[in-house]
Design a protein around this ligand. Structure first.
Ligand code: GTP
Ligand code: MG
Length: 279
């Protein structure tokens, strides 16, 4: 795998973009994917958002292992970093998120006359759920296409029920691919194009990872006892169980690989955190 898509130019551009908007906001919501809290975090964010209040939002928490997410949140809080877990599709976790946002607003307005509404921006790498989060915060139905600001065209701020204002476009951060592990993690989730690795290799890597961190999901879903097996043998066993075979060539690896990746991404293998907190 190549170290694609991560050049100093990207880092600079990200910095400039975020810094431009940063001046106008009081709070940054940093969205990460609860299944991969390490790889979905942009490495430059800490230095860019250094002097702004920030809440790290563990989104897609409906797909992550709740026990692992709890550990992650605890660790953030122990470091004094504000963090909450949410599901932007169902709204779970949002009351806690609002409470934190309002707490930070009240802190800012304490002892000072309020000049303008409290302003927020959402940042994060592609596909973590920034648009879904924005839509829910402003109680808007629909996805990216519905991303038009209120009445006036070109308006930059979306009004929330609690009087806060949200920047209508999220800051997109570039993920860092220089570690093979990060590229794989983003590949498993479908956050980067499957071409980074071919589908079969990616599925094999995912099976290998699952065998390491949560082999029981392979039993639960595919009835495969993975002990003493290689990832390739597991893949072949899945193909046999599903009947993904071809007359001449035997196992249909391509179809099996696509199935495993697709089912993992949809949460059909259960709630899995691919990057548990390392103690
Ligand atoms: N299960 C689940 N899926 C989610 C959640 N939030 C977003 N999604 C899904 O994740 C995908 C990406 O969501 P978006 O809101 O488009 O993500 P984004 O960060 O705006 O993506 P880009 O605009 O491409 O950078 C969509 O299919 C959403 O439906 C969540 O909390 N749980
Ligand atoms: Mg979006």
């Amino acid at each position: 795998m190549n170290n694609i898509n991560w050049y100093p130019g990207h880092m600079k551009k990200t910095r400039e973009l975020i810094e431009g908007h940063l001046k106008k906001v009081d709070l940054v919501l940093e969205v990460i994917d609860a299944r991969i809290p390490v790889s979905s975090k942009n490495p430059v964010i800490d230095s860019v958002v250094l002097h702004k209040p920030r809440i790290t939002v563990f989104n897609k928490a409906d797909l992550s292992d709740p026990k692992e997410t709890k550990k992650w949140l605890r660790s953030y809080r122990e470091q004094g970093i504000s963090a909450v877990a949410v599901n932007s599709l169902s709204g779970e976790g949002f009351p806690a998120l609002y409470k934190r946002m309002e707490g930070l607003r009240d802190l800012k307005n304490k002892d000072k006359p309020v000049k303008r509404p409290f302003r927020i921006m959402v940042v994060g790498i592609p596909n973590v759920g920034k648009s879904s989060l924005i839509n829910r915060l402003v109680k808007r139905k629909g996805t990216a296409t519905g991303n038009r600001p209120g009445v006036t065209k070109g308006k930059q701020w979306l009004l929330m029920d609690n009087g806060m204002e949200l920047l209508d476009t999220p800051g997109i951060l570039w993920p860092k691919f220089t570690h093979r592990k990060t590229g794989l993690a983003l590949g498993f989730l479908g956050s980067i194009k499957d071409e980074i690795l071919d589908t079969e290799s990616l599925a094999l890597e995912l099976i290998k990872e699952l065998m390491k961190i949560k082999p029981e999901v392979l039993w639960d879903r595919y009835r495969i006892e993975t002990e003493n097996m290689t990832p390739l043998e597991v893949m072949e066993a899945i193909a046999k169980n599903r009947g993904y075979l071809r007359k001449a060539e035997g196992v249909d690896y391509e179809r099996t690989a696509r199935t495993v990746l697709d089912e993992f991404r949809k949460g059909k293998l259960g709630r899995i955190t691919l990057e548990p907190l390392e103690e």
